[in-house]
Design a protein around this ligand. Sequence first.
Ligand SMILES: Nc1ncnc2c1ncn2[C@@H]1O[C@H](COP(=O)(O)OP(=O)(O)OP(=O)(O)O)[C@@H](O)[C@H]1O
Length: 260
Amino acid sequence: MMRLEISSLSVDLGIRRVLQGIDLSLEPGRLTALIGPNGAGKTTLLRAMAGLVRPSAGEVALNGIAVARMGASERARSIAYLPQGGGVAWPLPVASVVALGRLPHGEEPDRLPAHGREAVAAALLSVGLRGFETRPATALSGGERARMLLARAFATQAPVLLADEPVAALDPRHQLIVLDGLKAHARAGATVVAILHDLNLAARFADRIVLLDQGKHEASGPPKAVLTEARLASSFGIRASVATEEGRLLVVPHSPLPDA
Ligand SMILES: Nc1ncnc2c1ncn2[C@@H]1O[C@H](COP(=O)(O)OP(=O)(O)OP(=O)(O)O)[C@@H](O)[C@H]1O
């Protein structure tokens, strides 16, 4: 069980301060949705959590150990990171690409031990790609490719999974399948964070929503507490209504507000 603690984190990219004084504690067993308008700093925060961006101030720590000071292989075993819109350059079979997720454990993709093969099979199943094992990775649709790369991250079975827009390219059915998979991964004990732009999916699946706005941690809490009409106006610049239907929060965007 790994707790990710972010304390007083600031990040500068070039001459810009992109994240400012972020404090956040992410617990095992929970699916956290990271939301915010374009340019709010979501990807930068996720990359900082993965130890891929150096903080200008503050730190990200996993069970008390700064991720920036962890060795690359320990970090890769502990934190699976799915970047936004990743691709594959080689026509490897899908199963081999997913098996690359076992490399942090020292398992060679073409010589996986039994538990490595089980991890790959479970990962393919959880993204709805069973039956795709022998297909060349370069001959997939955009959504299939996105699911294959998520399966690679699942296959690592890391205690922390960070996914940057994991459902952006997916059809509605596969969005639900993948979010179910992320939630199940969390319920099995992982700390899972996913950047989501679809507020209704965030409301439905996230245990907790973290709202970033202009590099600052604007709000966090259960979906109902974060997704208010006032915040949709102030952070996202939209007029929207928030309703509850059959116990489910429903966000209906109506119109963009004029620039402040
Ligand atoms: N290498 C860079 N140098 C300077 N500024 C950068 C760099 N990369 C990103 N930025 C800026 O940092 C800010 C945050 O970017 P980031 O990608 O973290 O936002 P985001 O919330 O993930 O956005 P989106 O929803 O559009 O994916 C943006 O204003 C972006 O223009």
